[in-house]
Design a protein around this ligand. Structure first.
Ligand SMILES: [Zn+2]
Length: 695
């Protein structure tokens, strides 16, 4: 039976009855356009909101719980979809849209805050609605968005069961959480109320996290499902059981739904009821491995098979033979190893930066990150330019951003220059462990997600701040430490990337560090032995505004000379750079860059003004109010992205005027008002007669 058939066979009376039931439950309803033959009943083939916009003139304002009114509407439009008004009695809808990653945002929010109570839940065409009741007095402060892919409706309306979505699917309440069956929305927990009214970026910060990708296991499951048949009942059930057994809740359910929707038999209500029945009987025994095995029979190749599913990977003689080095093929063994920071940070490896707490490691590492992202030399050491990701497991967004901005200010870097080149990841609110004690798999899901993020963003250099937050295991056990460093190396540093891992040294041993050799911080021998390059940050005992970075170990090339930094304006800078030549040189580079951008922008601006002139339209010279030149030009295609504000624009226009590329002139409107406008080209010689006329 196809979706079309279902539409035809649904008796219109069902819609009226549902509308009346909602009204009895205290909701106001309104009639909406529906879907007929795949298009909106408004008749517009290009309708932007098919099956969702009101049939009444004033829409949600007219929503009503009056029985006679409702009967009248559905007599007039028997197939009308149902709109459920939000905002009454503090009822709000959280609208999770999976096409925009709303389910991942929601998962991230729950990881921080915990599970909310069960509440009225409705499956939509691309996700779901949760209805919650909040304190009535807060209603005016509700913001429209909870994060990427999650809208909040505190007024207006949602489309409700049994309305039909433009995909042909019906909206459906979850069984047992169904308004039509008399279930009432739960009271929102305090943390949710807070998130709903917070004006800050709390949820947006979360959306920048690595955890915002689907966990690796579910990604694989989604890929494996591509090889299975959603129309086959047995495969459908097994896939559901397998996904349910992962324990990943709604995220896993969504993977099942997205696949099952390929079948014409798909039905939200049946799908959800089935899901809730899983795990209750002991008949299961179906796990994600069952699903993978089945997909493999159908030709799926699991890329992670050896890593994820086996405690100890198989090693054959064949594998070992492949590891035997071919010394003929290696052209020049003396060719220098590539480094992101010369001598310090080699490609494909994990480098350790140790220092005691509060010594400024995070600052130094962030400064290195900025230098690599811009390809600027760091204290005389050359760098290879590459996008950089800074993973902060200890310090939260505020601290990281404050450090970032002070560094930018002192290094004379415009933060905008680092857009898309430096990613600051705040992992302090989530569990930042990348390695966890386990008999089978010590690599956490976060490591998988981080690997994916680093690949997606094409990052070259990754800073991990710091080892004690990300390594959840015994620091004394060398084998475990080595396993962690090996994970970072194979999953993140390779191929062609590098990791800088920060590690705390305990204070006493740091002072005795030199004497103690490698034994200067907790579990140090293990860490020291596991990496190929190791740096120590020390405070000069005689001058505590002075820092040194010593290169204690370098397996892959010569060690670098000890480098000296000095605290200035609260940030560690190359000694001497901030008083004279260094700062001036940096500024000169910035200025040249800026001049080049401006020159390019000016060419575009003249052309834009010329285009207006050619069309006979006017370019106002006004720089205030809603009809300013800024408002007129900045929405035009091609408007230079480097011009970021009205004052930037006015600056450039003034320069263009001085250069004779544009001029101001006064023009008379139809109603004989005088208006000053910009015209492209050089100003004509003043016409004396006209001047006389004006007087
Ligand atoms: Zn329409």
């Amino acid at each position: 039976m196809s979706q079309e058939d279902k539409v035809v066979h649904l008796h219109p009376k069902i819609l009226l009855e549902a509308a009346l039931t909602y009204a009895q439950r205290g909701f106001r309803v309104l009639p909406l356009n529906s879907i007929r033959g795949g298009v909106c009943t408004c008749g517009n083939a290009q309708c932007k909101s098919p099956g969702k916009h009101p049939l009444t003139a004033r829409g949600a304002l007219e929503a009503s719980a009056d029985e006679i009114q409702i009967k009248g509407w559905w007599a007039q439009w028997p197939n009308a979809n149902i709109g459920l008004a939000m905002g009454d009695h503090g009822c709000v809808a959280i609208d999770v849209d999976t096409r925009n990653g709303g389910h991942l945002t929601w998962e991230a929010i729950l990881q921080v805050n915990g599970e909310p109570p069960e509440t009225a839940t409705q499956r939509t065409g691309n996700g779901w609605h949760y209805l919650f009741v909040i304190d009535d007095r807060m209603m005016p402060n509700i913001k429209g968005k909870l994060g990427s892919g999650i809208d909040v409706k505190a007024n207006g309306y949602i489309v409700a069961e049994p309305s039909i979505h433009h995909t042909g699917r019906r909206y459906a309440w979850d069984d047992g959480l169904d308004i039509l069956q008399g279930f009432t929305p739960a009271r929102a927990p305090i943390w949710l109320e807070r998130l709903l009214i917070e004006s800050g970026d709390v949820s947006n910060i979360k959306t920048n996290l690595g955890v915002m990708t689907l966990p690796v296991q579910l990604q694989e499951a989604a890929e494996a499902l591509e090889f299975l048949d959603a129309d086959d009942y047995e495969q459908w059930i097994q896939a559901g059981m397998a996904l349910h057994a992962t324990g990943m809740g709604d995220l896993a359910y969504q993977v099942w739904v997205e696949w099952a929707q390929k079948s014409s038999k798909f039905d939200h209500k049946i799908q959800r009821a089935r899901w809730l029945s899983f795990g209750k009987n002991k008949d299961v025994g179906v796990t994600i491995k069952t699903l993978f095995a089945r997909a493999q029979q159908e030709g799926w190749a699991n890329p992670m098979k050896n890593k994820e599913s086996q405690a100890e990977p198989e090693v054959t003689v064949n594998d070992l033979e492949k590891q035997i080095l071919n010394f003929d093929a290696f052209a020049n063994p003396f060719e220098p190893i590539e480094h992101f920071v010369d001598k310090w940070i080699p490609h494909n490896e994990v480098t350790l930066l140790a220092g005691h707490g509060g010594s400024g490691k995070s600052y130094v590492a962030l400064s290195l990150a900025i230098h690599v992202a811009l390809g600027r030399p760091f204290c005389g050491l050359s760098t290879t330019v590459a996008p950089v990701l800074f993973f902060s497991g200890e310090d939260g967004a505020q601290v990281v951003l404050r450090r970032f901005h002070s560094l930018c200010k002192n290094l004379m870097v415009d933060p905008k220059e680092l857009q898309g080149k430096l990613f600051l990841l705040d992992a302090s609110d989530i569990d930042p462990a990348l390695h966890r004690e386990s008999k089978t798999n010590t690599e956490t899901k976060l490591l998988g997600a981080l690997t994916q993020l680093v690949t997606d963003k094409k990052v070259g250099f990754v800073v991990i701040d710091n080892a004690s937050d990300t390594y959840d295991d015994d620091e004394i056990k060398r084998a475990k430490v080595r396993m962690f460093v090996r994970s970072l190396r194979s999953r993140i540093a390779r191929p062609g990337r590098a990791v800088l891992l920060l590690a705390h040294v305990n204070k006493v041993s740091a002072i005795n560090g030199r004497a103690a050799g490698a034994e200067d911080y907790s579990g140090s021998t293990a860490w020291h032995n596991s990496v190929r390059s190791r740096l120590t940050l020390n405070t000069d005992p005689k001058d505590d505004s002075c820092l040194t970075i010593e290169h204690l170990k370098a397996n892959l090339g010569p060690k670098a000379k000890t480098i000296q930094l000095r605290w200035n304006n609260g940030v560690p800078l190359e000694d001497g750079s901030f008083t004279d030549v260094g700062a001036q040189a940096a500024k000169a580079v910035m200025d040249a860059h800026r001049r080049k951008e401006d020159a390019e922008a000016k060419v575009v601006l003249v052309q834009l003004i010329k285009d207006f002139n050619n069309r006979g339209e006017q370019v106002t010279t006004s720089n205030t109010g809603g009809f300013s030149v800024w408002h007129l030009l900045n929405k035009r295609t091609g408007f230079p992205k480097t011009v970021k504000s009205s004052s930037d624009l006015m600056d450039l226009l003034a320069q263009l005027q001085a250069e004779g590329s544009i001029y101001r002139t006064v023009f008379k409107t139809k109603d004989r008002k005088l208006k000053e406008v910009f015209v492209a080209g050089s100003a004509p010689m003043p016409d004396k007669n006209e001047e006389k006329d004006e007087k």
